[in-house]
Design a protein around this ligand. Sequence first.
Ligand code: DHB
Ligand code: FE
Length: 290
Amino acid sequence: MAKIVGAITTSHVPAIGRAIAKNLQGEPYWKPFFDGYPPARDWLAKARPDVVVMFYNDHGLNFFLDKMPTFAVGAAPQYNNADEGWGIPTLPPFNGNLDLSWHVINELVAKDFDIVTCQEMLVDHAVTLPLKLLWPGEGQCPVTLVPVCINTVQYPLPSARRCFALGQAVGKAIESWNSDARVLVMGTGGLSHQLDGERAGFINKEFDQQFMRSLIDDPSWTTKYTTAELVEKTGTQGIELLMWLAARAAVPGGVRQVHSNYHIPISNTAAGLMVMEPTAGAAQRAAQPA
Ligand code: DHB
Ligand code: FE
């Protein structure tokens, strides 16, 4: 059966794409942000995932306000970048993993999740930039992809409780996939930020850090909050932390924090990063053969 090697959660601000394209990683503004990623890449070199299952939110580029699925799972052979243009100029398409996509879709529907399946799916900065941060450089991304999109754009949004349950079900589906593959779960978005309105620029460091700690100590902590409470605490777009929650929930049992970074601000966003790996029995299952 497939093995979940761990979870990586990260912010996904579009300006990161421009910073990569213009080689600004060493500039004072960007350095504290980009310095977070080499330890994550070192861990990846040991964890050696073949596939990424990525919880992310589309920003109105693949799904627009007229048709907005609450949860959508990609089952496409390839995923092309569809960002507005202020990110990385050109990118090769990301290869899908059709076998795992359909397995996850079948398992989710069997567990009463009414998902939308997408045999064509454009992706935006929420998918492309986290993959570029973890696998930088030109050329093909070395992992295949199963995107799982959670609506955080058009109300009504799914609750934290429902996103946690989705994550758990996706994790169970991965672990029942008849494959030798090593699977990394990712969640992209957040942490606290608000792009417009009266509270534009709003950031809540205390809540962000409590949330990050909860993923290790008390993973379902966030589910006690309503969506409105989470928006109040994290900002209109800070609700993207639901992606982190689903990714954590997909790793069964306890996790150990391998690495984290938190830096304010990147554009309007409190930028966070966490690398988590399963503890105890789960870690043994995920351990590579000697
Ligand atoms: C920003 C953050 C986001 O999560 C996003 O999707 C777009 C913009 C920002 O801070 O600029
Ligand atoms: Fe976003």
